[in-house]
Design a protein around this ligand. Structure first.
Ligand SMILES: C[S@@+](CC[C@H](N)C(=O)[O-])C[C@H]1O[C@@H](n2cnc3c(N)ncnc32)[C@H](O)[C@@H]1O
Length: 243
């Protein structure tokens, strides 16, 4: 009996424990916002309506295309990507405004899953994007789309999800799933949006850091893949796209 108690205690205090000890507050959103639906509005405006320290997880997949066009980066071909080019774009200062708001609304030790491409990881001021916020990078994973794309040099087949955490940084009692590899293969079955992200991966990430009924926010939701991931895991979704 004493041995079982000790084992349980050890599990709960180990960084590898599957036991979640972080407390998530009850969902608190203003009456003009609706959960679990596709809102059409500006993502910054949506987040400005939310209270400080109330959201356990935010996904953010910025619309980077403007910089691609300017730099004429080798992995793109505008003639094949007309839909993409027409999407409302985000410059670096807008992206920083989004990240600053995300930092404000996240609970302590809450997570931001930030989708990035290799151009922005390697050549932008990405390292400064979270300056002045309470966020820092704690991990990163590569999404292998399993499909050969374009590229003047290497051919494009991956995107990256940078994982940032609001202070205090901790894994124990917060990140409770240990079976997510940092290279994730997932094919998008049907292209409903030029930037659709993998639903199974996102649902795993949601499962890793939240409990059933918790709130997940996506302020630039595109095809609303995060909404689908939330449905799979019985989490509540709040998100929008400007179009
Ligand atoms: C990269 S896509 C997101 C794709 C999404 N993660 C998915 O899985 O489908 C970025 C989206 O941001 C939207 N967007 C651009 N500016 C916005 C803004 N100010 N507020 C909300 N959405 C915005 C674009 O319309 C575009 O659909």
């Amino acid at each position: 009996m004493a041995e079982v108690t000790q084992t349980t205690l050890d599990e709960a205090t180990s960084v590898f424990s599957p036991i979640r000890t972080i407390k998530t507050p009850p969902i608190k959103i203003p009456p003009d916002l609706t959960l679990n639906t596709r809102l059409q509005m500006d993502g910054l405006e949506l987040m400005r309506k939310l209270f400080n320290d109330t959201v356990p997880v935010v996904f953010f997949d910025p619309q980077f295309r403007g910089v691609y066009d300017k730099m004429k980066y080798g992995n793109e071909q505008t003639s094949r990507n007309n839909v993409r080019v027409k999407l409302p774009q985000m410059n670096e200062s807008l992206i920083i405004d989004f990240i600053t708001e995300i930092s404000r609304i996240l609970i302590p030790s809450g997570h931001l899953f930030l989708w990035m491409d290799k151009f922005h990881l390697c050549s932008s001021d990405f390292n400064n994007w979270s300056d002045g916020t309470h966020l820092s990078v704690v991990d990163m994973l590569t999404w292998d789309k399993t499909k050969f794309g374009l590229g003047y040099r290497t051919r494009h087949q991956s995107e990256f999800c940078v994982i940032l955490q609001k202070e205090p940084r901790r894994a124990k009692g917060v990140w409770t799933l240990r079976n997510i590899p940092d290279v994730w293969q997932e094919k998008i079955p049907k292209k409903i949006h030029p930037h659709t992200k993998p639903i199974d991966l996102q649902s795993k990430l949601i499962e890793a850091v939240t409990s059933e009924g918790d709130l997940v926010v996506d302020p630039a939701a595109g095809s609303f893949s995060v909404l689908e991931a939330c449905r799979l895991k019985s989490r509540n979704f709040l998100g929008c796209d400007i179009i």
